[in-house]
Structure formats: structure tokens, C-alpha cells
Design a protein around this ligand. Structure first.
Ligand code: PAF
Length: 293
């Protein structure tokens, strides 16, 4: 495994069928599942580790974002990664670098609650994709709106890359994996209420409830009885992330919930299947996450 610090080195050390797994480090099984998928589908896997300052709308979230490069490198090595790119801010953001418009998929939900967040994501991902020119780039579905923003941005800019989404990976009790989970402390026990509330809606959808009003109200109620107050609960179409009235094509039921001082997001993916709805709840670990090792 090679550890490099510039795009030129990462390009030079990679082969023809390059897969990029962009990360902000503090890796967990969600990232490892993307790496595994990339390894199975392509010949050379590059993981980038860069805590991108421009996508943080709250300074304290950036300064407290967990970082441990040594740990990340050991996990990448064990996962069989070919190249780890750890660029400096100067390498990622040479002057002048125009911000990239994240487009209409960025307007609601996270975009409405985190001003500038998706412009930061679109700009950094555009920079990585144009500087490295990978054939495939892998992103977790827990950040469903991010996947939509990146897909539409790549299409808009004519980038020749396949954007590949990977399943949401969950801890044993259902909490979606996020590097931020390590900051939950005593609030960890309450955080599981987010996935429990979404799964209640998943059960209802599988039993025939297709309306946004019914599904959203159910999640809100379930969160409320667990003492959690969401910033939003939205049923949106999976491509443009616009609110929809019911599940008539693939949709995400997404929420953002502050738990203690940590803001968490989660979603389930719903798709019509004949008269019913099938729900993708992601996959659960059968052992404690490496996050807490
Ligand atoms: O999902 C993330 O970790 C980040 O948003 C990404 C895609 C690496 C861009 O900084």
C-alpha cells in the first residue's frame, strides 16, 4: 500500500480501472464495505482521507471531528487498499478554485439546514474527480442526499465517472454508523431512537402505508416518544431529493436529529413493488463496531 500526498502521485501509482473511495477519515465498517465493494468491482482502489473544512457549517463540528491517521492507515492496509491519498488543504484548494454549484438536489433537507454544506461537498468531490479521473467513485447511502448531489453534479459537468452508492451500515442495535458516533458519550443510548423510529415507518410502509404524511407523522411521533426532536423528517424522491406526496418511485425517508451535542442523519430507502413497497434499511453488524476499539 502506498501513502501519497499529491494528486499527481495518486494518479501515477494507480492503474487503468481506478476506484476512488473519498473519506474524511476515522474509518468504520461503512467505509470498509465501500472499499470491499470497490475491490470486487475494480482493479485499483484509492482511498482519500481529507477532513474538508468547506463542508462544515459549524466550526465546533470541524474542530471536534475525530481524526486518527495511523488507525485509518492500518485499517486501509488490512482492507487491501492500493493507495491512500492524504492531501494538504493547499493541494486540494489551490488558488483560485471556483466553488461548484451543488444544484437543485441540494436545496431541501440537509441543504436547507446546513448553509454552504453541499457547495463544500460538491467543490471538494469535483476537485478529487477531476484531479484523479477515477472510473468509479463510492459513497455511502446514509448520506443519500450527498449521493444525489454528487450524481447530478458529475452529470452536469460531464465527468466520466460512475457514482456507486453503498448500503448504509448499522451498529448491532441499528444506529447508522457515523464517525460522529464516537462523540455521543452517554447520549449513545438515546441515539438508537433514530433508527428505531425510521424502522417503525419501514414496518408501516411494508404493511401498506405509502403516503408522505402518514410515514413522516409516524417517524415524528416515534422520535417524540423517545425524547428526540428532529430538524426535519422528509419523504423525498431518490434522484432529485424533492419532497413527494407518496412512494410512487424510489424515495428516501430521511431525518436529521441532534442528540446531545451531536447532529446525526439517517434514512431508509423505499421503492414500490407491485401493490406494496419494499424497504432497504441497510445492513447491520453482528459485532461491536471498530469505531469503539
Ligand atoms: O461523506 C464524506 O465523508 C464527505 O462528505 C466526502 C464525500 C468525503 C467529501 O468530503
Amino acid at each position: 500500500m502506498q501513502v501519497v500526498h499529491t494528486f499527481a502521485e495518486a494518479r501515477d501509482t494507480t492503474g487503468v480501472d481506478l476506484a476512488l473511495v473519498p473519506t474524511m477519515g476515522y474509518l468504520h465498517e461503512g467505509h470498509l464495505s465501500l472499499i470491499e465493494k470497490a475491490k470486487a468491482e475494480t482493479s485499483v482502489v484509492c482511498v482519500s482521507i481529507f477532513v474538508n473544512p468547506t463542508q462544515f457549517d459549524v466550526a465546533a463540528d470541524l474542530s471536534s471531528y475525530p481524526r486518527d491517521l495511523e488507525r485509518d492507515l492500518a485499517l486501509c492496509e488490512a482492507a487491501g487498499v492500493d493507495t491512500v491519498l492524504v492531501p494538504s488543504a493547499e493541494e486540494v484548494y489551490p488558488e483560485p478554485l471556483d466553488p461548484i454549484d451543488p444544484g437543485p438536489a441540494a436545496e431541501g433537507m440537509e441543504g436547507a439546514h446546513r448553509p454552504g454544506h453541499f457547495e463544500g461537498v460538491a467543490t471538494v468531490v469535483h476537485r478529487f474527480l477531476t484531479a484523479l479521473d477515477p472510473h468509479h467513485a463510492y459513497f455511502g447511502r446514509k448520506d443519500a442526499q450527498q449521493v444525489a448531489v454528487i450524481r447530478t453534479m458529475a452529470a452536469e459537468h460531464g465527468l466520466d465517472v460512475e457514482i456507486v452508492p453503498g448500503s448504509t451500515v448499522r451498529e448491532q442495535d441499528g444506529l447508522a454508523l457515523s464517525s460522529r458516533n464516537v462523540r455521543l458519550g452517554l447520549d449513545r443510548a438515546r441515539a438508537v431512537g433514530i433508527s428505531e423510529s425510521l424502522f417503525a415507518a419501514a414496518d408501516a410502509a411494508e404493511a401498506g402505508e405509502r403516503s408522505a404524511a402518514g410515514l413522516q407523522a409516524l417517524v415524528e411521533l416515534e422520535l417524540q416518544v423517545r425524547g428526540l426532536q428532529p430538524e426535519y423528517v422528509t419523504l423525498a424522491d431518490a434522484v432529485w431529493m424533492k419532497p413527494v406526496g407518496e412512494v410512487h418511485r424510489e424515495a428516501v425517508l430521511a431525518t436529521a436529529v441532534p442528540v446531545g451535542g451531536v447532529r446525526l442523519i439517517d434514512n431508509i430507502v423505499l421503492a414500490p413493488a407491485g401493490p406494496g413497497v419494499v424497504v432497504d434499511r441497510g445492513v447491520r453488524l453482528d459485532r461491536p463496531s471498530i469505531l469503539y476499539r
